[in-house]
Design a protein around this ligand. Structure first.
Ligand SMILES: Nc1ncnc2c1ncn2[C@@H]1O[C@H](COP(=O)(O)OP(=O)(O)OP(=O)(O)O)[C@@H](O)[C@H]1O
Ligand SMILES: [Mg+2]
Length: 420
């Protein structure tokens, strides 16, 4: 057996057998130990802040203010997020976690009715962003309002368990990031959520802090060996009420192994249905690999809804028609209930016209499905998985975390109204 050492911050999944130690690096404490024990002030860190902290790139729809702000990103004046804070970085000593923020996120969904009323009064007293303040003051006021309105409020449960497949055959568009952060936001807001990691890369398992070394009971055994899903589900150590079916690298061979199996397209659907029969969830998210192979087909057959993250960049729309054709084909042959219910624009950079143009085009084609909130780029989002966390616990007051919370609230509102 290997000694297990977590090299937090380098992207090694939690619990990976130590490689760094073998290279002469000193063993390091795990991310969770660090969070529990750290009392020292945060170390210096290079924080690339393109769009981060730029509240103008977030939608204000939940707050009753116009969504137009995100379209003005290109012309938007400098905000807090535009300030470059380049400092020296020790790549082996990643930024310490904002401990207070983590504690704050754990107490989420505990705001009393009186507290909500008090918060509403504070929010009402905040200046409007077009009050003639400096752009920085207006941006801070908008961000403050978002934090007050969104953080800690319970979200309504759906009328029935919603199963969403997060898919886009284009790689790196934010599928995994979206699946785990929306799932974490819903769980933090009092709902019970399952994430099925269906990507051999196991990125969703990493972000949820779940062990996914080869050999760990995983979705592979469920799909190929017919194991019960109940036996492989684990709770995320970072968010209560958030569960995960991990994926290991073994899943890489499953596409081929599935070909010769009976009812190969419906194996995940059957396993999930059996699990849902004895465990009630509010939401299930299936994180797909970047392909339209048998794994993704299994996800389409298991779900009623397709959730497409679209990166705000030029090539984003190119593969979309192929994806929609695949959904259509699954609907006509294998799963008549399937439909694209939700589209989320990710990695929006409020300072570029291109981001806004892509966003406008998507909204024009899919006005019903596209969520009003757009997720801004933030380096904190990509740092979080190195600690086995989502940005919802890693830095819950970050603009992207607030945007994910806002998007989750919109999804929950739809669910509470019985949509899909
Ligand atoms: N809002 C964001 N700001 C900054 N970086 C982001 C943001 N969203 C995602 N990323 C980063 O972009 C990269 C791709 O994201 P992600 O892994 O979620 O995409 P994916 O579609 O699941 O990729 P794959 O197709 O490989 O499964 C990751 O490094 C992630 O940390
Ligand atoms: Mg992924």
């Amino acid at each position: 057996m290997h000694d297990v050492v977590t090299v937090a911050g380098l992207g090694w999944p939690t619990g990976r057998p130590t490689i760094a130690a073998g290279l002469g690096w000193p063993p390091r404490e795990s991310a969770s130990e660090r969070v529990r024990t750290t009392t020292a002030p945060p170390s210096t860190v290079s924080r690339e802040t393109s769009g981060e902290g730029d509240p103008a790139s977030l939608d204000d729809s939940l707050l009753g203010t116009p969504a137009a702000t995100q379209d003005e990103g290109a012309a938007a004046p400098a905000s807090a997020g535009d300030v470059s804070r380049e400092t020296s970085v020790d790549p082996l000593d990643p930024p310490d976690r904002p401990v207070d923020a983590v504690e704050a996120s754990r107490s989420i969904a505990t705001v009393s009715v009186d507290a909500v009323a008090a918060i509403d009064a504070v929010v009402a007293a905040l200046p409007d962003d077009d009050d003639g303040d400096t752009p920085l003051a207006a941006a801070i006021a908008v961000d403050t309002r978002r934090r007050l309105v969104l953080t800690g409020r319970p979200l309504p449960p759906p009328t029935h368990t919603r199963v969403l497949t997060v898919a886009n055959q284009k790689g790196g568009v934010g599928k995994t990031t979206t699946a785990v952060n929306i799932a974490a936001a819903l769980a933090q807001s009092g709902l019970k959520v399952l994430v099925v990691d269906l990507d051999p890369q196991g990125n969703a398992s990493t972000a949820l802090g779940v062990d996914h070394r080869s050999g760990v009971p995983s979705v592979y055994e469920v799909l190929v060996d017919g194991a019960e899903m109940t036996g492989v589900v684990v709770e995320s150590p970072t968010v209560a009420g958030l569960f995960c079916v991990p994926a290991t690298i073994d899943l890489a061979g499953a596409e081929i192994e599935l070909v010769s199996l009976v009812a190969r397209e419906g194996r995940l659907a059957r396993a999930l249905a059996a699990h849902l029969a004895d465990t009630a969830y509010d939401y299930v998210f299936i994180d797909c690999p970047p392909s339209l192979g048998l794994l993704t087909v299994n996800a389409f057959v298991a779900a009623r809804e397709v959730f497409i993250p679209i990166q705000c960049e030029y090539y984003a729309l190119e593969g979309l028609s192929q994806l929609l054709r695949s959904v259509e084909m699954i609907r006509s042959h294998l799963n008549p209930e399937l439909a694209v219910s939700t589209i989320l624009l990710t990695m929006h950079d409020g300072r570029t016209r291109l981001s806004s143009q892509v966003a406008d085009e998507v909204r024009e084609h899919f006005p019903e499905q596209t969520l009003r909130t757009t997720i801004p780029r933030s380096v904190r989002v990509s740092e979080a998985p190195s600690f086995g966390e989502t940005v919802m616990t890693y830095d819950p007051l970050n603009s992207a975390a607030l945007a994910y919370l806002e998007a989750a609230a919109q999804i929950a509102e739809r669910g509470a109204q019985g949509s899909r």
